[in-house]
Ligand binder design. Sequence first.
Ligand SMILES: [Zn+2]
Length: 80
Amino acid sequence: MNALDGNAIAGRLWEVFGAELTNARSVCVHCGAEAYVAELHVYNRAPGTVVRCRRCEAVVMVLVEVRGITAVDCRGLELA
Ligand SMILES: [Zn+2]
């Protein structure tokens, strides 16, 4: 499956965090790779959206919509 890039989740991140995050630097907690959020690999298949590190492909973020609210698990990355 082809991955999208982090720009695909720009709008949802804006809704959740109230900020433009695609130009934020992130660090993968699994391998330490630094990347702009816009450069991460996004797999936008239902039921949730999975965001993976572009170097090690570990899951760094998961977005799931529950009753109209987007829940974000971003324990796999830190902002640099
Ligand atoms: Zn990584």
